[in-house]
Design a protein around this ligand. Sequence first.
Ligand code: HEC
Length: 138
Amino acid sequence: MRMNAREHVPRLRRAAAALILACVALALAACDPPEDRYTTAQAPSGGNPSHGASLIRQYGCGECHIVPGIAGAEGLVGPPLNKLARRVYIAGVMRNSPDNLMAWLQDPQAVVPGNAMPRMGLNRDQARDITAYLYTLR
Ligand code: HEC
């Protein structure tokens, strides 16, 4: 049976509505409950936070960031790092987890090419210690 153009319209509307519902359901499914995402961000990275604080001073992160607990860290080039442990995203693109934060610290250019944070030449242990410090910021 052939349908005329008028019969197509409600069908298309229904299909569009179903598609939108499916997208909303998917988007909701992708959002973990808050408890879960905070647990992820607060999971200890196994690093040494006080060594991380020394590295943050040594590498001059404070030239670009406000970092609570680090004297003179008042830079405004990058976002303030207060409450970092409670952030859901790193640089707005990556889930905030210890592994992702370490990856960001080691090579921010690989994550967001062209952003103003340079590769600082941190090795994995240094990135882990800095991550441990940043996760004390809640
Ligand atoms: C030359 C300036 C500069 C320096 C030095 C720098 N950063 Fe950044 N940083 C930035 C900028 C700009 C961003 C934002 C990048 C983006 O969102 O694309 C950023 C983002 C970040 C983020 C993600 C913050 C968020 O809100 O998602 C963290 C964490 C971070 N930097 C930590 C550090 C640490 C630790 C150091 C030192 C080892 C450091 N940065 C050194 C400029 C800098």
